[in-house]
Every structure is written in C-alpha cells, then in structure tokens.
Write a protein that binds this ligand. Structure first.
Ligand code: SF4
Length: 175
C-alpha cells in the first residue's frame, strides 16, 4: 500500500519506516507538528527529519508554517486535556494529506513512542479513517523502541529531551 506516514520526529520514524518497507509498503513521510515549541526547537526537529529522510531516501512532505497561536488557543483553556487535541489535529492533517496525494492509508510514528497514549492515538486514527474513507494502518511499533534508539544514535541524529509543547517542556525541567 501507499502509506502517508505522519512523522512526529526523525527518531520515532526510524523503526516504523524500516518495518513498512520490510512489509513492502511505500511510505511517504509527512511533517506537521504545530505542537513543537519554541520555534528553534521546531526547526531543529524539522531539519533533523529532513536530514534523516534524505539519508534513507524517504519522500517527505512538509508543512513548514508555524501554527503556534492555533495550538495554544485550542489547548490553553484545558491544558490537562491537550494531548487529545494534539493527536487529533495532527492526524487530521495527515488524513487530509493522504487523501490529497491519493495514498491508500495513513499512519503515524506516534505509535512508536512508549510515552504517548497509544490507545487514544489508535481511536483517533480509526475515527478519522472512517471520516475520510481511508485505512488507518495500525501497528504497535513500540516493540522496536530499543532498536530505533540504537540506530538513531548510530546516525548521530538530534534527540530531543521533551515531548514537544511548552507544557511538556515545563514538566520535564520544572517538575
Ligand atoms: S505533551 Fe506531547 S502529545 Fe501532549 S500536547 Fe504536548 S506535545 Fe502534544
């Protein structure tokens, strides 16, 4: 299948891309992450993703516009529920993009992370698949957590220290 793969960062893409290729799918990466703050961190993760994609010959679509205001206005009223908006808004863009490029399915590298709410991501992906009449290609990529880290270190990729939004940066450093 031609699969549009939403990429949250290069490190999380390594294992899913290798599995999808082993399964003879054709993944195209899609970077849309208005949850990454501040702007310099956004650029760093974007450039790392671009570098990784070119090293593994992965076609990559990028949404470069920095939609900080949009993200904050959605999550600021209830920051404790922010991850649901974060998943849904990014996966919605991925589904739209998949439809636009005529992909058979879409999925996300968020399914690789041990730190995300896996079940919420799956629910969200399946709902959007129904809405957009696409397939949400599900696989639990967490099994490749250690392998992904090993390859990322070998490639010398930038490895971020917090999830992405300013709230997660605060939780990481201010406790
Ligand atoms: S903690 Fe991570 S998943 Fe949750 S809103 Fe922030 S960036 Fe998104």
């Amino acid at each position: 299948m031609r699969i549009l793969l939403h990429i949250c960062c290069a490190n999380c893409a390594i294992y899913p891309v290798s599995v999808l290729r082993e399964q003879e799918h054709e993944p195209t990466g899609f970077f849309y992450n208005h949850n990454i703050h501040p702007y310099q961190e956004f650029r760093k993760r974007l450039e790392t993703t671009r570098d990784y994609a070119s090293r593994v010959d992965l076609p990559l679509l990028i949404h470069e516009e920095y939609l900080l205001d949009e993200f904050l206005s959605e999550v600021a009223p209830q920051p404790e529920n922010r991850c649901h908006y974060c998943y849904r808004s990014r996966l919605r863009q991925a589904a739209k993009q998949a439809q636009l490029v005529g992909a058979d399915a879409f999925t996300t590298t968020l399914l690789y992370s041990r730190y995300q709410n896996h079940e919420a991501i799956v629910d969200c992906g399946q709902q959007l698949a129904n809405e957009f009449e696409l397939v949400f290609h599900y696989q639990d990529y967490r099994a490749g957590w250690n392998e992904g880290i090993k390859i990322s270190k070998k490639l010398g990729l930038y490895r971020q220290q917090y999830c992405g939004c300013i709230y997660s940066e605060r939780d990481r450093y201010a406790g």
